[in-house]
Design a protein around this ligand. Structure first.
Ligand SMILES: [Zn+2]
Length: 86
């Protein structure tokens, strides 16, 4: 079964990502709050949420609130992210 974050999506993410000091900075579309956004299967998703879904092989819609350790909202390095279960 394919995960929501398919290989194609990863390639699209990396195509617009700049690595700086360990941060994976998404330079594509951003929300007004500065979070990376990407369309997957006709639905816009937050890039950092997708990154964590991939790392944990989880469904992005089933994730709780995803927080950043670092100060870059458009960073999607899974090491800089953590999920807060409500
Ligand atoms: Zn970061």
């Amino acid at each position: 079964m394919e995960t929501p974050l398919e290989v194609d999506t990863l390639e699209r993410l990396w195509a617009k990502t700049v690595i700086r000091d360990g941060h994976w900075l998404y330079m594509g579309l951003r929300s007004v709050n500065g979070y990376g956004r990407i369309r997957v299967q006709d639905k816009f998703q937050f890039v950092h949420r997708l990154a964590l879904a991939l790392k944990d092989d989880a469904d992005v819609d089933g994730l709780g609130y995803v927080d950043h350790h670092c100060q870059y909202r458009h960073c999607w390095n899974p090491e800089h992210l953590m999920e807060r279960k409500l």
